[in-house]
Ligand binder design. Structure first.
Ligand code: GP9
Ligand code: MN
Length: 688
């Protein structure tokens, strides 16, 4: 046993010999770093345990590659500098993994740049932090027990302890030659490590992008899916690149003229809505609760149809008769699918051409319905029994103004269907929450059971779909029938809770069902379909608005789109949207209003014609369909509206990409400080 006086010397000797050993075994520190960080990533993958995403051979190769990219440059440093840098990198990466782990347990997502910029989201972790920390997490930092004292020792002892490096900046010609040799070796080694790292990480990820991860980096729908391809270190690298590209590299600031032009354009839309505030429908349902149900892949061609003598949507058919049912209503979504429908309907702006606003611009300002209702004394909640991080909802919903987001973790998965909880149980459990909610409330609900590929449990396949049995269309009909029944039960529950008579209940389909085999549609509908009919089937979703007293019941044939959902509801509640940056207009007014429904690809309709643009973007080469005749008409009949449709898309893009609502608000504040200009009054309500 060592005496007290011998102990420090023994420790120092041990440290010194370790350093010398590391110095002699060039690169052993790097090897250790790789091993430790690989083990940590493996442990991280075990701890988060996403089904079907455990670390396999591919992930290990990518993880080694990304570690190589993180460390290649440390070879430029002298041994001591390299050791210290590797220790700092170890601490940093371990900390990031640990933060991700805690965040994942709460949000089912990883920390991304927009999350960091949205501090209030991370705040909500505070209350439950105790339940999110587990004893086994300690292994992510177990090496720190050795590494931290070692780092302190290396820093404290100074470079003189590393004999190999002690003279490297001497001035003799021999030393200069040896220094050059070292420089060349280090640059070559680091270049080789960089090249190997690139091919193991980015090379493999690029391969995956062409095969099993096809479309993932365009859709960007869930950070966890990206992590499955890139690994956790790679995910953060990609996330930073994604943020920088969108917000700095590809982004130009809107000029003062462009901002003013966009403001004038949106004010014209606001003026139009304001002119409808004298209509008797404005404020007719002031103070009502609002429930909006966004129905997964629910297309309009389902309404009123039967198969094998059975109604497919008996509940919605009945409801459509007791409500304002819009038979010419269009979804306007693009690549962001469900998230686009949500953005269009709640924030009344066009989606992006590629990607999702929820992912790309979750930190920009909008005038979304939950925020507006919150400002008007409503309690606001979103309900969706799926992972909260999917489509970046955790972040976006906080920004949109929801008080609470009830995601999968808030539900008992007692009736699993498809991706998650069956809609029947989803509605039941959501109604339990809603019954206790402070009134007036706004509840936004997203169904999921009719998600592609529509696989329903056997007992829930209640239709006899005949020749469509075993086809995607047959499965779709079964799923829609199930969702319809779930909504029927939910309506009964609202009646039992006494909510039906003081609540506006609106519902719409989010987008098409992704079935691309037209023969299945033709078999179901029993007729061949023209290009126009196909387009209408693909784009039309039902929009049903049930008012507390059942007023305005019947089929409304005026055209509308998801952009009009928020203006329609706020109009009925008597909440002015004249000063809000919204693209849509109220659909329930005493006189139906004419309007253009613009699709993201430049297609549009006013209810009489349907314009389909050509691939070359030359307006005159597009097709102009006459809807009543179901026949191609003269393109001249559409050309007058092409410019207006294009302007709507480009104005919306400017507003979203350049965060113009924030600029409008700042300009309004400035104007009112200056005594208020004419436009300042209009802008004073801008912002969430
Ligand atoms: C999952 C749901 C499905 O949360 O939004 O998304 P989708 O694939 O339809 O966009
Ligand atoms: Mn969807």
């Amino acid at each position: 046993m060592l005496s007290y006086t011998e102990k420090p010397n023994a420790a120092r000797r041990f440290m010194r010999s370790t350093l010398e050993w590391l110095n002699r075994l060039k690169g052993a520190d790097v090897l250790l770093f790789f091993m430790v960080l690989l083990l940590k990533q493996l442990w991280f993958s075990r701890l988060i345990h996403v089904p079907n995403m455990d670390m396999d051979g591919y992930d290990t190769v990518v993880a080694i590659g990304t570690l190589a990219l993180v460390t290649f440059w440390t070879f430029w440093l002298p041994t001591r500098g390299r050791i210290i840098t590797l220790i700092v990198l170890d601490l940093l990466l371990s900390f990031i993994m640990y933060a991700d782990l805690i965040y994942y347990r709460y949000f089912q997502d990883f920390i991304s740049v927009p999350v960091l910029m949205q501090a209030n989201q991370v705040d909500s972790l505070g209350e439950s932090i105790g339940t999110l920390i587990h004893a086994k997490d300690f292994l992510l930092a177990a090496d720190w027990l050795l590494v931290i004292p070692f780092a302190v020792y290396v820093i404290w002892k100074g470079r003189s302890d590393l004999r190999g490096d002690s003279n490297e900046f001497g001035y003799s010609s021999q030393r200069k030659a040896s220094l050059w040799r070292k420089v060349i070796i280090r640059v070559t080694v680091s270049a080789a490590i960089f090249a190997i790292g690139m091919s193991m990480s980015i090379g493999n990820v690029n391969e995956a992008k062409k095969t099993w991860a096809l479309g993932l980096f365009d859709g960007n729908w869930w950070n966890v899916s990206l992590y499955n391809v890139t690994g956790i270190v790679g995910f953060h690298g990609y996330d930073m690149y994604r943020y920088a590209k969108l917000h700095w590299i590809d982004s130009e600031q809107a000029s003062a003229e462009e901002t003013a032009e966009a403001l004038a354009w949106t004010e014209a839309r606001g003026d139009n809505r304001q002119s409808l505030e004298t209509d008797p429908t404005f404020g007719e349902y002031k103070g009502s609760n609002v429930i909006v149900i966004q129905m997964e892949a629910f297309q309009n061609f389902m309404i009123g149809k039967s198969i094998g003598g059975q109604e497919i949507t008996p509940n919605l058919n009945k409801l459509a008769k007791e409500s304002a049912y819009f038979s010419q209503f269009y979804h306007q979504t693009a690549q962001g699918r469900t998230s686009d429908a949500d953005f269009l309907s709640n924030c009344s702006l066009q989606p992006m051409m590629s990607g999702s606003v929820f992912i790309q611009y979750a930190n920009h300002q909008y005038n979304c319905m939950p925020g507006t209702l919150k400002d008007n004394g409503y309690s606001t909640a979103a309900f969706h029994a799926y992972e909260g991080g999917f489509w970046n909802r955790n972040t976006m919903y906080a920004n949109m103004g929801y008080d609470t987001f009830y995601s999968k973790k808030n539900y008992q998965i007692d009736e699993p269907v498809g991706w998650s909880l069956g809609d029947n149980s989803f509605f039941r459990q959501s109604a339990d929450i809603m019954a206790k909610q402070q009134q007036p409330f706004y509840s936004f609900m997203i169904t999921l059971s009719s998600h592609y590929p529509f696989t329903m449990p056997e007992p829930e396949q209640k239709l006899n779909v005949g020749e469509l049995d075993g086809t995607l269309m047959g499965d779709y009909l079964q799923a829609i029938h199930y969702v319809d029944a779930s909504i029927g039960t939910f309506i009964d529950r609202l009646k039992a809770e006494g909510l039906w008579d003081n609540t506006i209940v609106a519902m719409y389909g989010d987008h098409d069902n992704s079935i691309r085999d037209w023969s299945l549609f033709e078999t179901f509908l029993g007729q061949p379909l023209s290009d126009l009919q196909r387009e209408m089937i693909l784009k039309q979703v039902p929009f049903i608005v049930h008012l507390p007293d059942g007023k305005y019941a019947g089929t409304h044939t005026n055209v509308g789109g998801q952009l009009d959902v928020t203006p329609t509801i706020l109009h009925l509640l008597g909440i002015s949207t004249a000063d809000k940056t919204l693209l849509g207009q109220p659909l329930i007014t005493s006189q139906p209003q004419s309007k253009l429904v613009v699709q993201r690809n430049g297609a549009f309709t006013d209810g009489t014609v349907y314009y389909m643009p050509s691939g070359d973007a030359v307006a005159g080469n597009g097709k102009c369909w006459n809807i009543a005749a179901n026949a191609l008409g003269d393109v001249q009949d559409c050309l007058g509206a092409v410019e207006g449709a294009r302007t709507e898309l480009s104005m919306s893009d400017q507003i979203v990409q350049h965060d113009l609502i924030a600029s409008f608000r700042a300009a309004a504040v400035e104007a009112s400080a200056d005594g208020g200009k004419a436009t300042a009054a209009n802008m004073s309500g801008a912002g969430k």
